[in-house]
Design a protein around this ligand. Sequence first.
Ligand code: FAD
Length: 291
Amino acid sequence: MVEVIGFGIAGACVALQLQRAGHSVRVIDDGQAGSSHVAAGLVNPVAGRNFEPSWEVADAWSVALPFYEELGKDLFQHVPIMRLWRDEKDHAKFISKRDQLEAWIEKVDDEGVTWKGGGWLDCPAFLDAAKEAFLKGGGEWSDLPKGGSQIWCAGAAGLLREDFANIVHRSAKGEMLTVKVPEWNERRILTRNGWVIPIGKEHYRVGATYEWDDVTSGSTAEGRAKVEALLQSFTACDYEVTDHVAGVRPIINRSQPVLLNQDGKGWMVNGLGSKGVIYAPRVGLEMVERI
Ligand SMILES: Cc1cc2nc3c(=O)[nH]c(=O)nc-3n(C[C@H](O)[C@H](O)[C@H](O)COP(=O)(O)OP(=O)(O)OC[C@H]3O[C@@H](n4cnc5c(N)ncnc54)[C@H](O)[C@@H]3O)c2cc1C
């Protein structure tokens, strides 16, 4: 029996991939909402300021997309991502790197560059679908460990608690808003210093902040003000804030997942950073190979 501790996106993918490979699996989750419960689910092949494709994104996404589609046809929404120019210097940086980015470019115009292959995963719906599939496949769910080899997928909670010795991390709190903007008909995902994702029925997700010093304080007025300023950098339309959440991104080596085996403790799968949706299904497969 393999025990997977933590059922965020990492634990869900590890548990399902192990089950599909024929292992008997028990999940132990403490029911505390981790960052997967608040994540916006954005998949952006070329995120960040410097027009760098995400690490091994083509390979990781070729595993992840069919994995999500098999669990539910509508879990992942394909939506064009428009990376707006910040200024002339930013535009010039893109032009100097354009040759390395061709595979991801849909269109370039005065506003910015539209990337191919992006969209967003409905993370809470994914966790529900993954749990249902896991239980249907004969998986066991328990409040407490009962014995077996252990795989810790405890996210930032585990890193902050130091479940595994010697793991240096830079976990970062993020705050995000859901807003209703009735007069804005934007259908694309927009990114610049942050992002806005249209999620339907006049609603958008907008975020997110990065905070390294005080990661446990939850949603704050300061975080909300920062995200509202981000929204206003994308649209002048009136809006209403309908939700405000905070979570902690588990960051060890940027957003590259880390698998570690420690004598006496078992395995750890962690460090999905800001890009859990891209990497979790492939890290589940890697765990199958290693166990
Ligand atoms: C505001 C915000 C926005 C984000 N947006 C995106 C995005 O758009 N795209 C993207 O790819 N990523 C995004 N992320 C990052 C994403 O959330 C993480 O990469 C991912 O959720 C990490 O998943 P995880 O399973 O490692 O951790 P978690 O989701 O934290 O899951 C860990 C689970 O383990 C449980 N647990 C912990 N300790 C124990 C224990 N001792 N016993 C039992 N259970 C335990 C917890 O309760 C939790 O359920 C965002 C993060 C934040 C904070």
